[in-house]
Design a protein around this ligand. Structure first.
Ligand code: KG4
Ligand code: ZN
Length: 467
């Protein structure tokens, strides 16, 4: 079946549930403009496990999906929405049988309802609640949503499979409900496309769960990426260098052989007694060291005696390796760096016979960040030079890091290439980046998958999906 709607619908609904963020967005395909951007983070819930706990993530995604769907619809279609339907969740746990469905069916036919319930059968009450909600939307508004939506897109990997399944099943259910094509999207391609959010209005600082639709929207996006380009993806699960010939034409040219850089930040944070997610906390400590050093330098502008010799002795104890920095390939290794931090802690605390002092923690965080930055910069530089690339795109949670942003800005100016980094709010997992990939696909006339049992059977979660 093909899309038969008349007036070129221009919106796409995007869904992302690959890890611990439940996220939904609506984008305008034409201007690559974000019309609604909503995220519910579970980070606090997972903190006590020291990482993301897959089955808890799955349960939370199921619980949060519908309230977020209501919000994004409200953001974009609010004028015609009867708001009384939006403030509360539909009645809980309705006992849906085929007969009751036929009786209450309004926007959703009983045939579609059966398919939706089957699709969402493993997601607690999401199936019945979704049908109940969709049927509670005034028919005119439901028609308006369908008229304006071109399709639904969803992350199908990589990520935690139980978590991915919630988004995939919900996306299939919505595709059935609105009879729209579905676009399965690679999460890592989303991180690459997230750089497209930097153009036009300042998305990063305006997009928020609590902002109005007007504040959340970006009018147009005129970003141009010069190819060939190199993408560096740095997150809690990935450290990858990708060569990009053009949108949708990627090849993986380097990756971590063990831990991802974000994972190393998180593990070092734990060693320093800091809670998950540790990246921003380690980085804040490192920044403190830089600031202290700067202050000291200013104080000692005219030192009577040089403290350098003494400093060198202290430095020796804290010096960390730069794993694989001179290897001929473009791969990374961060596990050794994390272990080196562990040994250093043992050494300076006399085999853990005492706690680290605050100054030592600050110093270690700084040394770790410098080592990680040196390796990331060296390998990325090599990739750019080897490939003769004109642009560098960086995505993933770790590029929220202010110091790394500064270092990569310096690298780009040294190599005289364009640097594209997403606004900070779009570095961590979100649905807008997934919508941006789908929008690029639609603009390139790549087809989505129309709802049918046979076609949808092939759309499955792929935890290890690569580019
Ligand atoms: O992309 P992301 O939100 O999730 C995935 O892993 O896919 O990345 C999360 C990772 C975590 O490891 C977190 O510690 C790290 O990004 N991170 C940072 C910073 N902010 C987040 N690492 C270093 N510095 C930061 N400011
Ligand atoms: Zn991610």
């Amino acid at each position: 079946m093909t899309d038969q709607k008349p007036n070129h619908p221009s919106l796409i609904l995007a869904i992302e549930t690959s890890c611990d963020e439940t996220a939904l967005s609506i984008l305008d395909i034409n201007g690559l403009a974000i019309r609604s951007h909503r995220i519910h983070s579970q980070a606090d819930l997972h903190a006590e496990f020291g990482g993301v706990f897959p089955n808890l993530a799955k349960r939370e995604h199921s619980k949060n999906f519908l309230p977020l769907l209501q919000l994004v619809f409200k953001d974009v279609f609010s004028d015609s929405f009867d708001k009384s339907h939006l403030e509360k969740l539909p009645s809980q746990s309705a006992d849906f049988t085929d007969t009751s469905l036929t009786e209450i069916a309004k926007n959703i036919s009983s045939e579609s309802s059966v398919k939706i319930l089957k699709t969402l059968s493993r997601e607690d009450n999401l199936g019945p609640e979704l049908i109940s909600y969709l049927n509670s939307i005034p028919a005119e508004t439901f028609g308006e949503i369908r008229q304006n939506l071109h399709g639904i897109c969803v992350t199908y990997g990589p990520g935690l499979e139980p978590a991915l399944w919630v988004g995939i099943s919900a996306a299939k259910a919505l595709a059935i409900a609105f009879n729209l094509p579905l676009y399965p999207i690679n999460h890592m391609e989303g991180h690459i496309a997230s750089v497209l959010s930097t153009a036009g209005a300042n998305v990063g600082s305006t997009v928020s769960e609590n902002k109005s639709p007007a504040e959340n929207s970006v009018e147009s996006n005129k970003i141009e990426v010069q190819f060939p380009a190199i993408a560096l993806l740095i997150s809690g699960g990935h450290t990858e260098l990708i060569s990009i010939e053009n949108w949708h034409a990627y090849s993986l040219i380097g990756k971590t052989v063990d831990d991802a850089v974000g994972e190393a930040y998180d593990k070092v944070a734990r060693q320093l007694g800091l809670p998950y997610p540790g990246g921003p906390r380690v980085s804040a400590l490192a920044e403190k060291y830089r600031q202290n050093k700067l202050n000291k330098q200013q104080e000692n502008a005219n030192p009577t005696q040089s403290p350098e010799e003494l400093q060198e002795k202290i430095d020796e104890k804290f010096t960390l390796p730069r794993p694989m920095i001179h290897s001929k390939d473009l791969n990374f290794s961060f596990s050794g760096l994390k272990t080196a931090v562990l040994y250093t802690i043992k050494k300076i605390t006399d085999n853990n016979s005492r706690e680290l002092t605050e100054d030592e923690k600050i110093r270690l965080a700084y040394e770790f960040e410098e080592a990680a930055a040196d390796v990331l910069i060296a390998k990325t530089k090599k990739a750019i030079i080897d490939s003769g690339s004109s642009s560098l795109l960086i995505g993933g949670g770790v590029i929220a890091n202010t110091y790394l942003r500064k270092k990569f800005t310096e690298l780009a100016s040294e190599l005289q290439i364009d640097l594209h980094i997403p606004e900070k709010d779009l570095t961590t997992d979100n649905a807008s980046m997934i919508g941006l990939v789908a929008a690029l696909q639609i603009r390139a006339e790549m087809p989505g998958i129309m709802p049918s049992a046979e076609a949808f059977e092939h759309i499955v979660a792929n935890g290890n999906l690569s580019l």
